[in-house]
Write a protein that binds this ligand. Structure first.
Ligand SMILES: [Zn+2]
Length: 60
């Protein structure tokens, strides 16, 4: 979906609802060590569903 309608995007994250943060290095399985941060306002959907105040939660 490349078409984004202004006004439907989450105002907190502007559609970038989740980001992967590289911690550096790899684990014993050879996978990159990352954490994912989801936008709490839209719960990772990138669209505006509620008007809760902006807040981010980070899941390891
Ligand atoms: Zn959001």
């Amino acid at each position: 979906m490349k078409q984004n309608t202004p006004g439907e995007l989450c105002r907190n994250c502007d559609g970038h609802a989740s980001v992967a943060i590289t911690l550096g290095g790899r684990d014993h399985n050879g996978h990159l060590r990352t954490i994912t941060a989801h936008c709490f306002t839209c719960h990772g959907t990138g669209t505006r569903r509620s008007t809760r105040r902006p807040h981010w939660t980070v899941t390891a």
